[in-house]
Every structure is written in structure tokens, then in C-alpha cells.
Design a binder for this molecule. Structure first.
Ligand code: NAD
Length: 326
């Protein structure tokens, strides 16, 4: 490395583990002091002259941003597994390496998907409000009836790392029957979990719980819309911990209002952080604020992995977890 220190800009405070690694590697790492998503003009100024950007899923990384940084920019390390905030073609055209944080967040997101499934089925937030508001006047045989997961059919849309981890919990913990839809079949998985592959309409028709784990790409935008919701069972629940625009949120609100499905558990929204009109008023929807990977262990591991990717690339080595256009 030359005497000139490599400059790294981290767009928002993340766990110290990652920043420490960058500093130990001899880089000049500066972290945005703004407690929020950096406004675009500030972001464009802050990246000027840096060799690496550690970005968040709330930062749009496109040609304008890359050119504002300058031709020395070598890597954008995204602090997420999804890279829908990054224009991969713009990066490729400028020889900028893109990395993400796969694997280290799988278990945390799978656990949240399960938490949403159970919360929706057993009406946990609604019951919590009911109890706090003093409406609980004593045990009642017909109070807060929900649904069981045990032995039900779980439909996984996108059987990658997170989808498989959700299926594993369902199969071993709840003896659920697993059906899945993906662009590719996984016969080893089918054997291990006695799982069945379905086309999307077949999965929608048969599943009692549906959990979405595909990336947001043009092909998956509004994968679940009015027509797909119509195919689902009236007793079924829809869980989304992937990306909001995969569901047509207005159509989902309408389906929940009309009780065409039993409920939903959502961690992500079509126009985050805004919610579609009516969504927050529906007790059958359980809502979390995009906290799929929000555990102390996982967020630290993500910070370390993003930092290690930057260290590898700035030292002229191959990144650990590069992202290629699908
Ligand atoms: P992955 O790449 O391991 O799995 C994605 C799966 O989707 C793959 O099996 C792939 O074949 C399948 N797929 C791709 N395009 C498809 C299509 N058009 N139709 C059907 N299947 C398709 O990814 P992962 O690590 O499991 O993460 C999945 C997604 O979860 C990420 O892309 C990200 O958007 C989201 N995520 C959300 C949070 C959160 O905080 N809520 C955290 C991490 C990841």
C-alpha cells in the first residue's frame, strides 16, 4: 500500500466491529454523523474522492453517485444481502466491485419470518393491545381464536438461503408440509424435507402459510398482486420479509379488508417507510419496521463482512462475497 491512506466512507453508524477492522487495516474510515438516511446532496458530497463506500439499503447507488465519487472508487460494500438499491450495470461499466452480506443474516431473518407467522396466526399484537387496554375480563372460550402452524402447509416463494432456513424450522419444529416455488428446483432439499415443488398458482392454492424470500428484481416486482391473492385460501397467511414491492400492497390491503385471506406479517413495504392507506388500521396485519436482520449478533457480523470485503478489494485481492447481476 502507498503512503496515501485509502479513504472509506460509511454512510451511517453501524456496529463498531466493522469500523475497527477498517482502521486496523490502515484505512481512513469516516462514518456519517447524521442520524438518518443522508440526504442525496450530502451523500454526493461525502463520497467525493473515496476509494470505498460502505452503503446501506436506503442509499441509492447509481451512475450519478459513482461519478460524484470519482474514478478511484473501487468498491461499494452493501450492508445488506439485497442489492436492489444499487445499479449493477452502472457499477460494471465503471469497474466498481459490488459486495453484499449473504449468509450472516440468514438465521436472524428466518427467525423474524417465523415470529411474524406465529404473531399473525395467534394474533399476538392484537392480544397484547387487548390486554394492555384492560379489555381482558377473564378467560373466555371464544376469545382471540387463531390458527395453528402444526402440520399445516407452508409455501416458500424463493428457496434460497433464508427460504431454506424458514423451511427447516417449519419442518423440524412444527412438522409442517413444505411446498416451494423458485426459478430452480432443488432435489436434494426436496428429499431431505419431503418437500414438493409447485408452480406459483399451485403454491398459492395449496399453502396455509406463504413466506416470500425472492430478491427484488424486475421479474419479482408485484409477483403477488390482486389475481394471486384471489387464488390463496381464505384461511391463509402471507408473510413478507424480502422486499416490499414484491407484493402489490394496495391489493393486499384490499384483500385483508375484505377478509379474502386470514392475515399478513410484513417486515417490508412497497414505499418504505410509508405504509399503504388502511394498512396500519388492520388488526389482521402484523407489521415490523424492516428489522429482519436486526439482532446484535447479526448486525455486527454484517459490519465485519462488509469491512472485510473492502479490505480485500483495496488490497488488490478478490472480494469475499461479490455480487453479480442475476
Ligand atoms: P438467496 O439468493 O439465497 O435466495 C433467493 C432465492 O430466490 C433463490 O433461490 C433464487 O433462485 C430465487 N429466485 C430469484 N428470482 C426468482 C424468481 N423470479 N422467481 C422465483 N424465485 C426466484 O437470497 P437470501 O439470502 O435468501 O435473501 C433473500 C432476500 O431476502 C434478499 O434478496 C433480500 O431482499 C431479503 N432480505 C430481507 C431482509 C430484511 O431485513 N427483511 C434481510 C435480509 C434479506
Amino acid at each position: 500500500m502507498s503512503d496515501q491512506k485509502f479513504k472509506v466512507f460509511v454512510t451511517r453508524k453501524i456496529p463498531d466491529t466493522g469500523i475497527k477492522l477498517l482502521k486496523q487495516a490502515g484505512f481512513q474510515a469516516s462514518v456519517s454523523s447524521f442520524d438518518g438516511v443522508l440526504p442525496r446532496p450530502d451523500l454526493l458530497k461525502k463520497v467525493k474522492g473515496v476509494d470505498a463506500i460502505l452503503s446501506l439499503l436506503t442509499d441509492k447507488m447509481d451512475a450519478e453517485l459513482m461519478d460524484a465519487a470519482g474514478p478511484q472508487l473501487k468498491i461499494i460494500a452493501n450492508y445488506a444481502v439485497g442489492t436492489d438499491n444499487i445499479n449493477l450495470d452502472d457499477a460494471a461499466a465503471r469497474n466498481i466491485t459490488i459486495t453484499n452480506t449473504p449468509g450472516v443474516l440468514t438465521e436472524a431473518v428466518a427467525e423474524l419470518a417465523f415470529a411474524l407467522m406465529m404473531s399473525a396466526a395467534r394474533r399476538i399484537p392484537e392480544s397484547d393491545q387487548f390486554t394492555r387496554k384492560g379489555k381482558y375480563k377473564g378467560w373466555a372460550p371464544m376469545m382471540m381464536l387463531g390458527s395453528e402452524l402444526h402440520h399445516k402447509i407452508l409455501g416458500i416463494i424463493g428457496l434460497g438461503r433464508i427460504g431454506s432456513a424458514v423451511a427447516e424450522r417449519a419442518f423440524f419444529g412444527f412438522k409442517m408440509k413444505i411446498i416451494y416455488y423458485d426459478v430452480k428446483r432443488n432435489e436434494e432439499f426436496e428429499q431431505k424435507f419431503q418437500a414438493e415443488y409447485r408452480g406459483l398458482p399451485g403454491l398459492l392454492r395449496d399453502a396455509d402459510f406463504i413466506s416470500i424470500h425472492v430478491p427484488l428484481i424486475p421479474e419479482t416486482k408485484h409477483l403477488i398482486g390482486k389475481n394471486e391473492l384471489k387464488i390463496m385460501k381464505k384461511t391463509a397467511y402471507l408473510i413478507n420479509t424480502s422486499r416490499g414491492p414484491i407484493i402489490d400492497e394496495a391489493a393486499l390491503v384490499d384483500a385483508l379488508k375484505k377478509k379474502r385471506i386470514a392475515g399478513a406479517g410484513l417486515d417490508v413495504y412497497e414505499n418504505e417507510p410509508k405504509l399503504s392507506p388502511g394498512l396500519k388500521d388492520l388488526p389482521s396485519a402484523v407489521l415490523t419496521p424492516h428489522t429482519g436482520s436486526a439482532t446484535i449478533e447479526t448486525r455486527s457480523a454484517m459490519a465485519e463482512l462488509a469491512a472485510k470485503n473492502i479490505i480485500e478489494v483495496l488490497n488488490g485481492r478478490a472480494p469475499l462475497t461479490p455480487v453479480k447481476k442475476p
